[in-house]
Write a protein that binds this ligand. Structure first.
Ligand code: PGA
Length: 247
């Protein structure tokens, strides 16, 4: 059985005070949930959130660089994230791919470094609207998954979470439907089975992301291949995010 994982991706939102206030409340409200709950906050809030001594909510970052240290102005290393109490890190989000021109090869280096220091990567994959219209969805997500996980070992793969986020559904209010997302996620699991064998592939958690809300989460969680959600906008508000976690 795969434990469902619901992660909030706050993107570039909330100062330290706002972050602390919401996560403190969230941690109480979801304390008895069977679902794993993660908040991926901006770097600036992570230490303060970690200092809360959270009972339930785990912390994640939204990006990192793959070098251990050095002259990389503006970057943050995997061990720095580990040091401030992160357990997860989102890698290869479509906003990183599109706005900051990150490619599969770079994302793969980040995935390998995260695993090396003991952080669990949430590897995001997903197609654009044009790619979907051209019938390329499965080809794209399988390619992003395979390239992103190059050289990941059989021992490491269970630490990885994959998030399927169709780009046209992010922040747009448009969602994929449960069945469609399930089918794409099944193709990601098939790609994992080719790389790591069916048994290990069956242990990897794969989330859906893209305009997930309290009103549509159940449709996704009811699907056999979908193990959770990566939530942007609706994770910024405690009531909505709790509604999603308690689907
Ligand atoms: P959204 O974002 O829930 O606001 O669509 C999801 C994401 O980008 O991870």
């Amino acid at each position: 059985m795969r434990t469902p994982i619901i992660a909030g991706n706050w993107k570039m939102h909330k100062n330290v005070g706002e972050a602390v206030e919401m996560v403190r409340e969230l941690d109480e409200l979801v304390a008895d949930s069977a679902v794993e709950v993660v908040i991926c906050a901006p770097f600036t809030s992570l230490s303060a959130l970690s200092a809360l001594g959270l009972k339930k909510v785990k912390l994640g970052a939204q990006n990192m660089y793959y070098a251990d240290q050095g002259a990389f102005t503006g970057e943050i290393s995997a061990s720095m994230l580990e040091d401030v109490g992160c357990e997860y890190v989102i890698l290869g989000h479509s906003e990183r791919r599109e706005i900051f021109k990150e490619e599969d090869e770079l994302i793969n280096k980040k995935v390998l470094k995260a695993l090396e220091v003991g952080l669990k990567p949430i590897l995001c994959v997903g197609e654009t609207l044009e790619q979907r219209k051209a019938g390329e969805t499965e080809e794209i997500v399988v390619s992003q998954t395979t390239l992103g996980l190059k050289d990941v070992s059989a021992e490491q793969i269970e630490q990885v979470v994959v998030a399927y986020e169709p780009i046209w559904a992010i922040g747009t209010g448009e969602t994929s439907n449960g069945e469609d997302a399930n089918q794409v996620i099944a193709s990601i699991r098939e790609a994992l089975a080719k790389l790591f064998g069916a048994e290990l592939a069956g242990k990897v958690r794969i989330q859906y992301g893209g305009s997930v809300k309290p009103g549509n989460i159940k449709e996704f969680m009811d699907q056999p291949e979908i193990d959770g959600a990566l939530v942007g906008g609706a994770s910024l508000n405690v009531k909505d995010f709790v509604g999603i976690i308690k689907y």
